[in-house]
Write a protein that binds this ligand. Structure first.
Ligand SMILES: NC(=O)c1ccc[n+]([C@@H]2O[C@H](COP(=O)([O-])OP(=O)(O)OC[C@H]3O[C@@H](n4cnc5c(N)ncnc54)[C@H](OP(=O)(O)O)[C@@H]3O)[C@@H](O)[C@H]2O)c1
Length: 219
């Protein structure tokens, strides 16, 4: 499968959840964690989020100018239905070129035609989209910032190379249906994917930065 190197980044609660059962916005970690996210963003040629995360976290998907990015990464958003609201902040904020993946376009879209969004529209599968990013847009490194539904699709394709987590020991969300980094716990991946720990950095504030790299096949 032709695809970029794919990194994912999440903050997780002490009980391994990325949000509450009500999918509240993810603002439960420190400014230090946010700075680390921006540093990881600087490594990426493209950012990718699911529409759920874009909306829950009201994202603009940019790197602030004072962090002196070499350039703004492409901003990629995945949706099955293609129901993007043109009033959303991401369409109103300057930044990297917008690329929208729509896998199962809705017959009726109350938000109007996708072409009016000022973005490149890709009507294809997630797998094909990843290939197009490499071949047509030179994307070598892609950072997926969630959510769990989208990351589960990446995991099903075995398309995750690095996992960056901020483990927040100060927060418990609980709730069987609160999502994890691969979505709800009700269904499992067909097989485990092995990762090895590459970075372990406990902070004084009850958080811990963790990084993992996909383990070689026969390890
Ligand atoms: N703690 C953290 O670091 C962190 C990070 C990210 C998100 N979150 C939280 O996670 C929650 C959102 O979770 P979520 O699972 O709903 O988010 P999500 O994966 O961002 O969004 C789900 C939506 O994305 C689209 N999508 C997902 N997989 C797709 C695929 N394979 N192909 C095409 N489109 C796909 C679909 O959009 P359509 O409905 O348009 O078809 C789907 O309904 C929020 O509470 C957010 O704050 C937390």
């Amino acid at each position: 499968m032709t695809r970029p190197t794919i990194l994912i980044n999440f903050a997780i609660s002490a009980d391994g959840k990325i949000s509450t059962v009500n999918r509240n916005p993810s603002q439960f970690t420190s400014a230090h964690d946010h700075k680390r996210l921006l540093e990881i963003r600087k490594q990426a040629d493209a950012l990718l989020v699911g529409r759920g995360t874009l909306e829950a976290d009201n994202m603009s998907m940019t790197i602030p100018a004072d962090m002196q990015p070499r350039r703004q990464p492409l901003r990629c958003i995945a949706s099955r239905s293609g129901k993007f609201d043109s009033e959303h902040k991401v369409f109103r904020t300057p930044g990297g070129a917008l690329h929208l993946l729509v896998t199962e376009p809705a017959e009726v879209n109350e938000f109007g035609p996708l072409e009016a969004l000022g973005a490149a529209i890709h009507l294809c599968s997630l797998e094909d989209f990843l290939r197009i990013l490499v071949i047509e847009h030179g994307v070598k490194t892609l950072l997926c910032e969630g959510g769990g539904t989208l990351v589960r699709s990446l995991a099903s394709l075995e398309a995750i190379d690095e996992v960056h987590l901020t483990w927040a020991g100060h927060t418990l969300f609980g709730g069987e249906n609160a999502p994890t980094i691969t979505g709800e716990l009700s269904s499992h991946l067909p097989a485990s994917i092995q990762f090895e720990l590459t970075h372990f950095e406990p902070l004084e504030n009850g958080e811990c930065f963790l990084s993992y790299r996909k383990a070689p096949p026969d390890s």
